[in-house]
Design a protein around this ligand. Structure first.
Ligand code: AP5
Ligand code: MG
Length: 191
């Protein structure tokens, strides 16, 4: 089992690079954002709660998010290993992930951080907002998402640096260039 966190700010390319990692390594993709957007589009109770946070660019409460993640981890598809995209986003989520993996006899093998500056992130997300249909891809909400990232999520970079599991990658350039860096890193630790 090989477990990887793809880490980075909103718009840093987590979803884009996840697709390439899945194609190459056959890991199961758990994107907490996609999972919540699916609940919103199906109009479920969870979707209604999630929408009230997402549309403002705020995080869903930890206890709820951790419960959802735990259920996802127990699907048979997760048996080979998981790429966590958008989770963890807070220190309590990172602590919970560590325990969840330990209970299943496994651990986190690496955290790949996509490093992109705010101006580029804003530019990418405003552009995507023209046709993404995402309620959080408008300039005001994007600003909020970036603020939440810097105050609450970015400290996880130090958390994982201290653990020795953080590997930063320059998140600008072509999608393939960035993926090549990630692939070299994964192949090194898989050896
Ligand atoms: P989530 O869905 O995780 O969104 P996000 O973190 O804001 O990030 P995005 O999905 O917008 O960007 P990305 O990094 O995946 O980049 P992408 O590949 O799309 O979360 C949404 C919300 O859900 C949160 O705000 C929160 O409310 C809630 N939530 C989710 N997880 C939670 C959690 N754990 N706890 C609490 N709440 C949670 O790329 C972005 C754009 O850039 C695309 O248009 C892409 O084509 C383009 N692009 C990609 N790579 C490049 C490149 N190399 N050069 C130029 N453009 C590029
Ligand atoms: Mg994404």
């Amino acid at each position: 089992m090989f477990n990887l966190v793809i880490f980075g700010a909103p718009g840093s390319g987590k979803g884009t690079q996840s697709e390439k990692i899945i194609d190459t390594y056959g890991l199961h993709h758990i994107s907490t954002g996609e999972l919540l957007r699916d609940q919103i589009s199906r109009g479920t109770d969870l979707g209604k709660i999630a929408d009230s946070y997402i549309s403002k660019g705020q995080l869903i409460p930890d206890d709820l998010m951790i419960r959802i993640l735990e259920t996802e981890l127990d699907t048979p598809k997760a048996a080979n290993g998981v790429i966590f995209d958008g989770f963890p986003r807070t220190i309590p989520q990172a602590d919970a992930l560590k325990k969840m993996l330990e209970r299943r006899g496994t651990s986190l093998h690496t955290v790949v951080g996509l490093e992109v500056d705010d101006a580029e992130l804003m530019d990418r997300l405003v552009k995507r907002g023209k046709d993404s249909g995402r309620s959080d891809d408008n300039p005001d909400t994007i600003k909020n998402r970036l603020n939440v990232y810097h105050s609450t999520t970015q400290p996880l970079r130090d958390y994982y640096l201290n653990e020795g599991s953080y590997h930063g990658v320059k998140g600008t350039g072509t999608v393939d260039e960035i993926f090549n860096h990630i692939r070299t890193h994964i192949d090194t630790i898989k050896k």
